[in-house]
Design a protein around this ligand. Structure first.
Ligand code: ATP
Ligand code: MG
Length: 377
């Protein structure tokens, strides 16, 4: 099954809202065995929608749209889908009754404009929307399917989970399973080089992505069943594990902070950061809920130097009676020092990362976690 996702809404093109609906749907297609080759965003313009829908239906088995199902003049998804299929919308009496009942229960008169939300075309079945007035459409014609869902994520999400996904799962002839292997401490180019010929692998495909917590290697396998897809992944994963060795710290949803807490093997941990790094590392570590975490503190306006980081590492150990203390000193222009100390000594490192405060905080935390992992695993 080949699919395209289409987000409808001029607000999206103007950058006023971020298209999270498309990402939500895209993330759920692989498990349904659906291949997504394109995502598109269009404004509330009927002619452009019709032209685009026709082209999308020529290339794909399935098109999923979100947005434009409201009652207003500029909500034109229904009109566009009807025209693309060469059908004429009519008011479905059952839908109209349900719609009037929805307003009735809220003691509100129904604006006549809303009748549009009771429209249907002959090839469309409706997708119930318990959280709003606009039902979705499931249109099936000439071997093609178009699913139309409303724009508000709180309506779209449950409709997808409860109505659309189960129906799509029944159509699936294959599944796509992904596995993410996470590395830290080596750069993107180096990971690519180490993988070498493996990158040309077809099933599973292999992709390399730079993320906040290191370089991720993603394997995606396609097969008739989940078991068969797993079988394709296992030998390639084994090869990659051998190539990456100790740089590989986790898989899939595992977090670097969880991996680090586990490798501490009973040692306790505390942190003193400065206001530039802003308690970011402490928040990550306390979020693990791990017993090894003792506490963190943010100091303001101290010096930015190796000595300052070293002093903070020692202070963290004393303040919380922890085995391991991390001290951080960072400046707004991107220079940072990380010190890790325990009873056997303290190591200090210095880096520069001039990409703004938010990115700096993330980088400082990842660096500290990576150093901890190297020291204790
Ligand atoms: P309504 O009945 O609320 O008008 P609708 O189906 O017509 O629903 P739109 O008018 O296109 O949907 O969008 C309504 C709201 O839903 C937007 O203001 C926005 O908050 C949210 N929304 C729409 N599309 C998206 C999207 N692709 N990603 C995230 N949010 C979206
Ligand atoms: Mg609308």
């Amino acid at each position: 099954v080949k699919a395209e996702v289409l987000a409808v809404g001029t607000e999206i093109l103007l950058g006023e809202i971020v298209d999270s609906n498309s990402a939500f749907i895209a993330a759920r297609l692989p498990a349904l065995g659906i291949r997504l080759y394109r995502m598109t965003q269009l404004g509330d313009n009927r002619d452009r929608l019709v032209a685009h829908l026709r082209a999308a239906l020529a290339d794909n088995d399935l098109v999923v749209t979100t947005g434009g199902l409201g009652p207003t003049e500029d909500d034109v998804t229904r009109e566009a889908v009807a025209e693309a299929f060469g059908e004429v919308p009519f008011v479905d009496p059952e839908l109209e009754a349900a719609l009037r009942a929805w307003f009735g229960r809220r003691n509100m008169p129904m604006p006549e404009r809303n009748v549009k939300q009771a429209w249907r075309i002959a090839s469309a079945q409706t997708v119930p929307n318990p959280r709003g007035t606009a039902p979705g459409w499931w249109v099936e014609k000439d071997g093609r399917i178009v699913v139309c869902l409303p724009g508000p994520p709180a309506e779209m999400g449950p409709m997808w989970e409860h109505e659309v996904a189960p129906r799509l799962a029944a159509l699936a002839t294959e599944v796509i399973i992904t596995r993410t292997l996470k590395t830290v401490g080596i750069g993107e180019g180096r990971v690519d080089e180490m993988l070498g010929e493996l990158l040309k692998n077809v099933n599973p495909t292999i992709g390399v992505y730079a993320r906040g917590d290191g370089i991720h290697i993603r394997l995606g396998a396609r097969a008739a069943t989940a078991g068969q897809a797993q079988d394709l992944i296992v030998p390639v994963e084994t090869q990659i594990r051998q190539l990456m060795g100790n740089a590989l710290w986790g898989t899939d949803a595992e977090t670097l902070q969880d991996a680090v807490m586990t490798c501490l093997q009973g040692r306790t941990l505390a942190v003193v950061e400065d206001s530039t790094s802003g308690g970011h590392l402490a928040a990550l570590l306390s979020g693990t809920g791990h017993a090894a975490w003792r506490g963190g503190e943010v100091w303001s306006d101290g010096p930015v130097s190796i000595e300052a980081a070293r002093a903070r590492s020692a202070a963290a150990r004393v303040r919380w009676g922890a085995h391991v203390g991390i001290g951080i000193a960072a400046s707004r222009d991107g220079v940072f020092h990380v010190a890790i100390g325990d009873e056997s000594g303290t190591e200090c490192h210095t880096w520069t990362f001039p990409q703004g405060m938010a990115a700096l905080r993330q980088r400082v935390s990842t660096t500290a976690l990576s150093l901890l992992r190297r020291r204790y695993s």
